[in-house]
Design a protein around this ligand. Structure first.
Ligand SMILES: Cc1ncc(COP(=O)(O)O)c(C=O)c1O
Length: 374
């Protein structure tokens, strides 16, 4: 058996004939930065997310960093986020001059626990960054209410949540601004690096647009110092092709998740992810919890079923954040998830047969591990 965790080759085989002529035209024209495909992608992605403005940038990390800089984050300013995310979330806060402050997550949805937020707010708090982890929107209504009460902005880390919905609203349309990643393995992935900022705030859109291009709105007229954080035409052209297929790919992921949940619903020793009230996740990842996760994963790998870990070490326990001096036990739910979470194969082209094989393999590995642990 060989079931990959992710198979991008299948996706590209299906749409290569649409992408290659666009790339050939770009090569012919020699216009690689900005241009009609970048503008087209911004327009189409804004529409898909139900937002007024979208600003294409070089990566999801650029998107986060430029939003924080545009919001005026400064030295000593605190931003509340979660420890069970990719480090880009907190790198962007730190690199914009702020300081991440962690709150724990809920054990069922793996997302920010709104009830933990108030205790983390200080006079230096400027904003909250919920992460729509694995493609499931965080519980935004209470988060937005708390933010409004304390005069804070909310930036959605929607890197994993293209087209996800929360009470009828799309991920990326609920906060002050949002960041999306088009890293190749994401639900909407470039053939390289790219990302997107979405916002309903015209001023924020204009500022991030300048920041991504050395602080200029007109060539060589720099209103401020910015960055080289642009999205290139080759990526934008490929992303426009892929965006057309994203609703169908998302539907396929939802069907896969439904099948996983049905087949694993009664599996002893396997906890499947809960779906938060009012959310319609897009299943970037399908993450279950098991005891003896590392042994289970090794057994699965040995059987040719490839799984992933998201994420094996929560951010507050990473070496990079040793200076924060936050010890083990500070965020028990996130820590428990880092020991128990196992990401099963998930991509649109996955077959029902493969899902059934994964479930059988998982149940077998969990059973064997239980026997060995006795
Ligand atoms: C939750 C989260 N935030 C931010 C990022 C950063 O995106 P990128 O890799 O495009 O910089 C990623 C993806 O890698 C992510 O998963």
């Amino acid at each position: 058996m060989n079931i990959p965790f992710l198979d991008l080759k299948a996706q590209h085989r299906a749409i290569k004939d649409e992408i290659l002529p666009l790339w050939a035209a770009i090569l012919e024209q020699g216009s690689f930065i900005g241009g009609e495909h970048v503008e087209g992608l911004e327009r189409e992605f804004a529409e898909a997310c139900g937002v007024r403005y979208a600003v294409a940038v070089g990566s999801g990390t650029d998107a986060l960093r430029l939003i924080f800089i545009a919001l005026g984050l400064g030295p000593g300013d605190e931003v509340i986020t979660v420890p069970n995310t990719f480090i880009a979330t907190t790198e962007a806060i730190t690199q914009a001059g702020g300081r991440p402050v962690f709150v724990d997550v809920r054990p069922d949805t793996y997302n920010m626990d709104p009830e933990a937020i108030e205790a983390a707010i200080s006079p230096r708090t400027r904003g909250i960054v919920p992460v729509h982890l694995y493609g499931q929107p965080a519980d935004m209504d209470p988060i937005l209410r708390i933010a409004a009460r304390h005069g804070l902005w909310v930036v959605e880390d929607a890197a994993q949540a293209h087209l996800a919905e929360y009470r009828g609203r799309k991920a990326g349309s609920m906060g002050t601004a949002a960041a999306f990643s088009f890293y190749p393995g994401k639900n909407l992935g470039a053939c390289g690096e790219a990302g997107m900022i979405t916002t309903g705030d015209a001023e924020l859109a204009a500022k991030t647009r300048m920041l991504r291009d050395h602080g200029q709105a007109r060539k060589y007229y720099h209103d401020l110092e910015g960055y080289n954080a642009r999205c290139d035409a080759l990526q934008a052209a490929a992303l426009r092709v892929k965006l057309k297929y994203l609703p169908a790919w998302t539907e396929a992921r939802r069907n896969h998740a439904q099948l996983y949940r049905r087949l694993l619903g009664d599996a002893a020793g396997v906890v499947t992810p809960a779906i938060g009230a009012g959310t319609n996740p897009v299943w970037h990842l399908f993450v279950v919890q098991v005891d003896g996760r590392d042994e289970v994963m090794e057994a699965m790998n040995g059987a040719g079923i490839h799984c992933g870990l998201h994420y094996p070490i929560p951010l507050h326990l990473q070496k990079a954040y040793a200076a924060m001096e936050i010890g083990a036990g500070a965020f028990p739910v996130a820590e428990e998830l880092s020991r128990r979470a196992l990401s099963l194969p998930m991509f649109p082209e996955l077959t029902d047969q493969a899902i059934s094989d994964v479930c059988r393999g998982l149940e077998g590995a969990v059973r064997m591990n239980g026997v060995n642990a006795r």
